[in-house]
Design a protein around this ligand. Structure first.
Ligand code: AMP
Ligand code: GLY
Length: 429
């Protein structure tokens, strides 16, 4: 079977590496890919948002399975396009239709979905210029800090958390005035949830589902969770404070009603659901849904999955997940992300990445890298994720940190505290 992966991050390198090991896969293509995915298959210079080019490529290369990594093509309706194309009749695609991707594409849609299906989440109000006063009044009823979210996709930058009521009121007006472009035509104001954040990952075929391993991500640029939000600076799986009792609650009060809610609403959802949640004193509440896998969470979550990934993905596309048995490595996986200095603000790229061959006992998942004249160069903010497994979290951290120190490029930066907060956790359920 010929397979096409869409995207160019660490998540897509995980897909590519595992899929290239599957005997079911004949030829693997990654569009556009990075220097790492080139070692697993052929990179193709097509944008995941260029649906016509994807269609033409699938016909030319006899692609039978498409795996979109990021959310943008899903929110833009790639799955609807593929399913509606006469020419792609026999091509499977792992992802939700646009109606399902709106769980990520619109905060307003996802909040109203949660409320209508009884899924625990923060209280909220959606505000437009038409009910601005109601929004300002709602902020008055909340306690600090105040959470404001642009409704649409804003490249991870559309969430503001303000300590002060007046600042929050001004921010509300600024977002409605276009601070985040059209993504902020609606603003979701939310109650602030206290607790510890973590993420659960579900693969569903629209009827049945599989719970993938959970993970904790480190979103801020600075150590001790300080500074600007990033796409993710590291991740750990499993999560020591998410014991069986807690994960059972997540499954019963969140995952099942989500799958049933999609069914009731007539949304044929095949693909990943990434649930960002808060563990508030042992009670899970949903912060957000994403319609795809996380990055860098995939670098620990799917890193631990031992099944043939093509078999798993095909089972989802063919509504056969009920029969599927997931095999997970019980060891702990830790990934540490190396970034270009300056990220998530402006940064330089094009620096040579050296000493990759000195990395031992870890897997390097490339993200912002490219190969030019035989050299691997930095080509993005997040450059690569270094994943290691160990019998315990301490061992896995030590291996990843040792190797993170060896790889070298100009302005390299990484957080040296990934996972350290979890060393002292005892199960909280
Ligand atoms: P989101 O894009 O919705 O995941 O929000 C980005 C980040 O803001 C989350 O990962 C949380 O750390 C934080 N956040 C969002 N909503 C809330 C909330 N209601 N209470 C507390 N923190 C939140
Ligand atoms: N690491 C967070 C995300 O993928 O959205």
């Amino acid at each position: 079977m010929n397979i096409l992966i869409l995207g160019s991050g660490g998540r897509e390198h995980v897909f590519a590496m595992k899929i290239s090991q599957s005997p079911i896969c004949s030829h693997l293509f990654i569009a556009p890919g990075n220097a790492g995915t080139m070692e697993c298959g052929a990179n193709v210079n097509i944008s995941p948002l260029d649906f016509d080019a994807i269609e033409a490529f699938c016909i030319k290369e006899n692609i039978k399975l498409i795996i979109p990594g990021p959310e943008d093509p899903l929110v833009a309706g790639l799955v609807d396009f593929v399913k509606g194309s006469e020419k792609l009749k026999n091509v499977a695609i792992l992802g939700p239709p646009k109606a399902g991707a709106m769980l990520e594409g619109s905060k307003d849609f996802s909040k109203s979905f949660m409320i209508s299906h009884g899924i625990p989440t923060a209280a909220y109000l959606t505000v437009t210029t038409d009910n601005l006063q109601q929004g300002l009044d709602f902020l008055e009823t909340l306690e600090a800090p105040y959470v404001l979210k642009a409704d649409g996709l804003a490249a991870g930058k559309g969430v503001l958390i303000e300590q002060d009521l007046d600042t929050a009121k001004n921010a509300l007006k600024e977002i409605l005035d276009g601070k985040f472009g059209n993504a902020g035509n609606k603003v979701v104001i939310e109650e602030f949830l206290h607790g510890i954040e973590m993420s659960c990952f579900v693969l569903t075929d629209g009827r049945d589902y599989i719970m993938l391993p959970e993970a904790k991500d480190y979103k801020r640029i600075g150590e001790g969770d300080q500074g600007l939000n990033t796409g993710g600076m590291g991740a750990v799986s499993p999560v020591p404070f998410a014991g069986k009792a807690f994960l059972d609650k997540v499954e019963n009060s969140i995952v099942k009603p989500t799958i049933q809610g999609l069914l009731k609403d007539g949304i044929p959802y095949c693909g990943f659901i990434f649930i960002g949640l808060m563990n508030s004193g042992g009670e899970p509440r949903v912060i957000e849904y994403n319609c795809r896998m996380g990055d860098p969470e995939t670098e620990v979550v799917l890193h631990r999955v031992e099944n043939d990934l093509v078999e798993l993905f095909l089972a989802a596309c063919q509504q056969e997940l009920a029969e599927f048995e997931l095999k997970v490595n019980p060891d702990t996986a830790v990934t540490v992300v190396l970034v270009s200095g300056g990220y998530p603000g402006s940064f330089e790229k094009g620096f040579e990445i050296k000493h990759l061959e000195q990395v031992t006992d870890s897997t390097i998942y490339h993200a912002g890298t490219k190969l030019e004249s035989g050299k691997t160069l930095t080509n993005g903010g997040r450059v690569m994720a270094i994943t290691s497994t160990g019998k315990n979290i301490k061992e896995a951290i030590a291996i990843s940190m040792r190797n993170a120190g060896k790889v070298d490029f100009n302005n390299k930066y990484y957080r040296k505290d990934i996972g350290l907060d979890l060393l002292t956790y005892h199960e909280q359920t």
